[in-house]
Design a protein around this ligand. Structure first.
Ligand SMILES: Cc1cc2nc3c(=O)[nH]c(=O)nc-3n(C[C@H](O)[C@H](O)[C@H](O)COP(=O)(O)OP(=O)(O)OC[C@H]3O[C@@H](n4cnc5c(N)ncnc54)[C@H](O)[C@@H]3O)c2cc1C
Length: 463
């Protein structure tokens, strides 16, 4: 069997790349190790509840009449998916809560601008100047060198609290680097979150999006193999030529596109004399999902709350099992739903930073008790930030994942959702005809992963 391209991974980047190739009649096969597509973004049923793993919200909302250059409209066009099929449902509003200050934003940037001016009147002009700098930046130029976003932002904003409040959501939704970001990535995330805003696919959320992508791929002639882990990338004369699957099957192909991550892909290569992918990411998270019993009225209307209650916001691998001093609280049922949508369960999802090594080093006996302790800490913090009562004691359902869970289901080393701190923006590796897309190519999040798959397919695989 010979393919034009084998794609490793049926996450969002792999599916998007596969659709582009199939549209152009390339013989393409996606190999996915799991029994279900979606990767980090998926869904599951447990205890009679239907839950999502990745999606808090999609970024980059664009209304039907928005400029055609908006990322969301661009990606729909590239994948030939009609806007109506996605049925984007906008967020109600979201907040960044720090001690004594709350910035509120929705999908209308003017509201965010006034919130910044109300909370930090003396910074209003500085913020406008920063916004001008951001809007003039060419963030998608793949040859931009690393530039510290902290240093660049300090040239405009002189209040450290406002600086941290701007960084908090952008880091939580798109940084593989501790306590700083590459300025281009900062600009991408700023536009994605503050300028364009959050939405959720209508219908049944991530499940609807995955169904649309899978159908588009298969009806365009692509092949999808589930429960098919790639075990080896075989090269000949410095050129990737074949893959070997967990069944021992050898599949010959002209190109290989890996979405498994850079260090993960490097482990699959039969040559190691290379420089790519040597830095697995360190930043990992714990998420606790709680369905409160009988107190729905208290859950409020916010879609997402980014919080920090320590004197200085930290975005780094914590010394303890988890660091609940900052995090993200998501209410997946607080979007502007329309008739016919399946409204998600009234679950409260709280994500905080977790020390990956501490979780991986636990003995089997210690894992469950430490997980329960961490769940209680996260839920108590959620209660303190939101005012929701008895989340810890009276929820009808509680589930949680740790860095170990993420690694087990997606193969991401250290459970590092945002992958390696070193990104491979060109998508090229040391081996000819082996390319990277998705998280370690450098476009993070759901929209980022889809755009990454499309860009790398267009750049190299459709030539
Ligand atoms: C709790 C959580 C909340 C999140 N919230 C948001 C959010 O609200 N908004 C947002 O935009 N983003 C969010 N994200 C991030 C987003 O989910 C990811 O950035 C995005 O899905 C990454 O897609 P990807 O295709 O790059 O990688 P992945 O989803 O990791 O896909 C890679 C695929 O490759 C497969 N694979 C790996 N190795 C092999 C192998 N050897 N053989 C075969 N298959 C292999 C994996 O099983 C996986 O399916 C969240 C993530 C998590 C975990």
């Amino acid at each position: 069997m010979k393919y034009d391209c084998v794609i490793i991974g049926a996450g969002l980047s792999g599916l998007a790349a596969g659709i582009r190739l199939a549209h152009y009649n390339k013989k393409v096969c996606i190999c996915e190790q799991h029994s279900r597509i979606g990767g980090l973004n998926s869904y599951y049923n447990r205890g009679g509840h239907s839950l999502e793993t990745g999606l808090h919200a999609m970024t980059n909302f664009a209304g039907r009449g928005a400029s055609k250059s908006q990322p969301l409209l661009k990606l729909l066009r590239q994948l030939r998916i009609p806007y109506e099929a996605l049925q984007p449902r906008e967020q109600n509003f979201s907040e960044v809560r720090f001690p004594g200050k709350t910035l509120r934003f929705d999908n209308n940037f003017a509201a965010f601008e006034s919130s910044v001016a109300d909370n930090f009147p003396e910074q209003a002009d500085n913020f406008r100047r920063l916004d001008n700098d951001i809007m003039a930046w060419d963030e998608v130029n793949l040859s931009n060198p690393f530039l510290s976003a902290r240093a660049r932002v300090a040239g405009f904003i002189s209040d450290p609290v406002l600086t941290d409040m701007l960084f908090c959501p952008l880091m939580y939704y798109g940084s593989a680097i501790e306590d700083d970001m590459d300025y281009s990535q900062f600009v991408i995330m700023y536009k994605s979150i503050f300028k364009e805003g959050f939405f959720r696919p209508g219908g049944s959320g991530i499940r609807s999006l995955l169904d649309i992508l899978q159908a588009r791929f298969l009806e365009s002639g692509g092949e999808l193999q589930l429960k098919c882990a790639v075990k080896k990338i075989i090269s000949r004369n410095g050129r990737a030529a074949e893959i070997q699957t967990s069944d021992g099957e050898i599949i010959e192909c002209s190109d290989i596109l890996s979405t498994a991550g850079a260090p993960e892909t490097r482990q699959l290569c039969d040559t190691r004399d290379d420089k790519f992918g040597v830095n697995p990411g360190l930043l990992a998270f714990m998420e606790v999902i709680a369905i409160p019993g009988g107190q729905s009225a208290e859950l409020g209307n916010a879609t997402i709350i980014f919080f920090n209650d320590s004197p200085a916001f930290k975005f780094r691998n914590p010394p303890e099992m988890i660091d609940a001093s900052s995090g993200v609280i998501c209410f997946p049922f607080n979007f502007k739903f329309e008739p016919g949508d399946i409204i998600p369960e009234r679950a409260v999802r709280t994500t905080v930073m977790a020390n990956n090594a501490a979780w991986f080093n636990l003995s089997q006996e210690d894992y469950a008790p430490r997980k329960h302790e961490a769940i209680a800490t996260v839920l108590q913090k959620t209660e303190a930030i939101t005012g929701i009562k008895n989340l810890n004691n009276e929820s009808v359902f509680i589930d949680a994942f740790t860095p170990k869970t993420v690694q087990r289901y997606t193969g991401r080393i250290n459970g590092a959702i945002y992958g390696s701190p070193v990104k491979f923006k060109t998508g090229k590796t040391n081996l000819d005809h082996l390319y990277l897309a998705g998280t370690d190519q450098g476009f993070l999040g759901i929209t980022g992963a889809i755009l990454s798959g499309i860009s790398i397919a267009n750049l190299y695989l459709l030539e």
